[in-house]
Design a binder for this molecule. Sequence first.
Ligand SMILES: Nc1ncnc2c1ncn2[C@@H]1O[C@H](COP(=O)(O)OP(=O)(O)OP(=O)(O)O)[C@@H](O)[C@H]1O
Ligand SMILES: [Mg+2]
Length: 341
Amino acid sequence: MIKIQNLSKIYDAGGQKVIALDNINLTIKDGSIFGIIGLSGAGKSSLVRCINRLEEPTSGRIYIDDIDITSLDKKSLREARKKIGMIFQHFNLLSNATVFENVAFPLMIAGYPKKKIKERVYELLRLVDLEEKSQAYPSQLSGGQKQRVGIARALANHPRILLSDEATSALDPKTTKSILHLLKDINRKFGITIVIITHEMDVIKEICDEVAVIENGKIIEQASVVDLFTNPSADTTRTFIEDITESLPESIKISSKPDEKFVKISFRGSITSEPVISRMIKKFDVDVNIIKGSVDNVRDISIGKLLISITGNPDNILHSIEYLKETGLKVEVLTNELVDR
Ligand SMILES: Nc1ncnc2c1ncn2[C@@H]1O[C@H](COP(=O)(O)OP(=O)(O)OP(=O)(O)O)[C@@H](O)[C@H]1O
Ligand SMILES: [Mg+2]
């Protein structure tokens, strides 16, 4: 478990103080894939780099499995860091060393005997599917292959935690997917806790269990990924998730007639296939127009959003909306304010 308590980081940039992290509190469960999302400059890298003390916290505590990382001396920190692997956006490989040598590097530093190093390096290269590239240099590899080397190197010392700072940001969407699948595999196979920093909601959606949103050095929202998608509460979170009420025609904004209501429905999982709406139409004798709809696959759960207009007798409309709510759907009746947001 990673426990971050009252963590602050203030940089001194030529006499000017920059508050990068402002009293962060987070708990990251063992074996989970935890995403941290935020805009550029929000403090993501500062946060993840404090976890292994690549950056020294200004104040606060970080516990990993009940060891206070923030209080360790240099020697104990070196030991502790073996259990924390890290991968980077620009891979950070040694350019004049082969793939084999790059992966062997942390093992050499840890003082493994030569034979053991060779065994372990090939084991890792098999894991990331790069055995045949062991003698290649980084310049001879694609971006995705470079990141696979980065991952193999990060796993060399059997870490319990893997920190990933925008590890897929320099990759195309297809390569990004394959790297994310590899990370998921590693998480499942070895139970390694993975902390993923990103500015892309697609990354979070693909593999994270939980997510925290960071803004101006503060955590403004934290939830399971499915909850965040179904029901984002902070405005910044909404900007990461396309909302179906965005860019709607003027006619919807001005409509507030009692015999017509615009309703946004969010649902997840099996309810997707239930004919709730057709039942509602029959039961309450109203008309329904589907204006817009979307389905997002988050982990293995589908999250649907539907924007409908309900027309008919005003009382029947109100009953219809109640009925939708009773079926467990999240229902929002649009007001001008909501549409304008
Ligand atoms: N070494 C430094 N010295 C001074 N200020 C810094 C330093 N590193 C980061 N900052 C500042 O701290 C704030 C947070 O930066 P950080 O790199 O953590 O953001 P980020 O969320 O990782 O951004 P990005 O998505 O662009 O990588 C920014 O205002 C940044 O300018
Ligand atoms: Mg960063």
